[in-house]
Design a protein around this ligand. Structure first.
Ligand code: 13P
Length: 254
């Protein structure tokens, strides 16, 4: 973590949460934020689209931010069941996750699709959180760096800058498994990602882009992960559904 990049802790609720959780989980975090007053980190909640509005009401005036888990590449049109970035912005979302590995796998999203979604997010005024990460098979074949570099080259929006882009490195094999890469590997991949971003948007902007690690981030490993030079926060799945665990992860930010 650096002195110049403000840490960002993101809770990706995935397909979890009915209206009751909007009040209980988001409300509990809003209370913690208010009690703490000034924080050393930004905290973002990305609930399912059905309860974004309810979560927004539960976190009003708390300093917590709101985001979507996905968006369509178009802002309107005949796309049954999809949600656009401008719809997320209309619900007071400031961020949109795109290219999560579960989207890439479950919905066959290519780098080009992810890039188009990221462009749509920026066009709607959202910060795009672009996710990348290798599978276990790719890792075992020694291709982690090549795979992630290719995803960065193919998925980042043309108009990216430090203020509208966040990149999350989530090794697919670490998601929901309790396994994580060793710290040196995480730092090595993050440093490479920053270098690749710098080739695309220039060194000074790249130096300010926040890079999140995701994949089995828990209170027990957050301190070590957040201490790495090029890790500027976390993208948390399972542990974000428990407000005490999610809060403990945020407290690990120096
Ligand atoms: P877990 O924290 O459950 O491993 O999920 C990580 C993730 O996919 C966040 O987007």
């Amino acid at each position: 973590m650096s002195n110049t990049r403000r840490p960002l802790i993101v809770g990706n609720w995935k397909m979890n949460g009915l209206r009751a959780e909007a009040a209980s989980l988001a409300g509990a975090l809003a209370e913690k934020m208010k009690e703490q007053g000034a924080t050393t980190f930004d905290m973002l909640l990305c609930p399912p689209a059905t309860i974004i509005d309810a979560v927004g009401k539960a976190i009003a005036e708390s300093g917590l931010s709101l985001g979507g888990q996905d968006c369509h590449a178009n802002q309107t049109g005949a796309h049954t069941g999809d949600i656009s970035a401008s719809m997320l912005a209309d619900l007071n979302c400031g961020y949109g996750i795109v290219g999560h590995s579960e989207r890439r796998t479950d919905h066959d999203e290519s780098d080009a699709v992810v890039k188009a979604k990221a462009e749509a997010a920026l066009a709607a005024g959202l910060v795009a959180i672009v996710c990348v990460g290798e599978t276990e098979e790719q890792r075992d074949a020694g291709n982690t760096m090549g795979v992630v570099a290719g995803q960065i080259a193919g998925s980042l929006p043309e108009s990216a800058s430090a203020s509208n882009l966040v990149v999350a490195y989530e090794p697919v094999w670490a998601i929901g498994t309790g396994r994580t890469p060793v710290s040196a590997e995480v730092q090595e991949v993050h440093a490479m990602i920053r270098q690749k971003i710098s080739e695309l948007i220039g060194e000074s902007d790249a130096a300010q882009v926040r890079l999140l690690y995701g994949g089995s981030v828990k209170p027990r490993n957050a301190n070590e992960l957040m201490s790495l030079a090029d890790v500027d926060g976390a993208l948390v799945g399972g542990a974000c559904l428990n407000p005490d665990d999610f809060w403990a992860i945020a407290q690990s930010c120096p």
